[in-house]
Write a protein that binds this ligand. Structure first.
Ligand code: SME
Length: 168
């Protein structure tokens, strides 16, 4: 039992290592926020099993506004502090929600969503850029490995927006 869990965890870590490498290659040399967000959402959509939405909300200085994504059409604007996305943005803390129906204030864009992970996007200067959001129709689809992996994926995106950091 213990061994099986460990192997599964290693496999998942390997999976995210590869996904992060692919993201590096895909975004390399490009610094446009929309282009890189669109390609990253498409990469994740085809790589991750058991998801029904993945994409970006960008902070416009006042609230979150939907950006490039894959999945069904989504809510356009989310106030800071509202829903899972607004909570991740306001607290600048990744939100791992095993059961969206147990999360007070969850915003249901796609009624099929059962679990969700949201990672805040904060650049090296400490500026809030937005959030990365992934939904699943399965309960508890995401765990700590996903949190680490998604955070690493988001770090690639944030670095790609800064020419000097990306070139280093
Ligand atoms: N469920 C999110 C809203 C965005 S959609 O899932 C795409 C939330 O509660 O913030």
């Amino acid at each position: 039992m213990f061994a099986a869990t460990r192997i599964e965890a290693l496999d998942k870590a390997d999976f995210y290592d590869q996904l992060v490498q692919q993201a590096h290659g895909l975004l390399h040399g490009e610094h446009d926020r929309i282009a890189n967000a669109a390609n990253l959402a498409a990469l994740a959509w085809h790589a991750l099993e058991g998801i029904n939405w993945c994409g970006f909300y960008f902070f416009d200085g006042r609230e979150l506004v939907v950006g490039p994504f894959q999945g069904k059409p989504a809510c356009v604007r989310i106030a800071l502090g509202r829903g899972v996305c607004g909570t991740a943005a306001a607290t600048r803390t990744s939100q791992l929600v095993a059961d969206v129906n147990a999360f007070a204030g969850h915003i249901a864009c796609d009624g099929a969503s059962r679990s969700e992970i949201v990672v805040p996007l904060v650049d090296a200067q400490g500026t809030l850029l937005g959030v990365w959001d992934v939904d699943s129709p399965r309960l508890a689809r995401f765990d700590e490995d996903d949190r680490r992996g998604m955070q690493a994926l988001c770090a690639v995106f944030i670095e790609s927006l800064q020419p000097r950091a990306a070139a280093a």
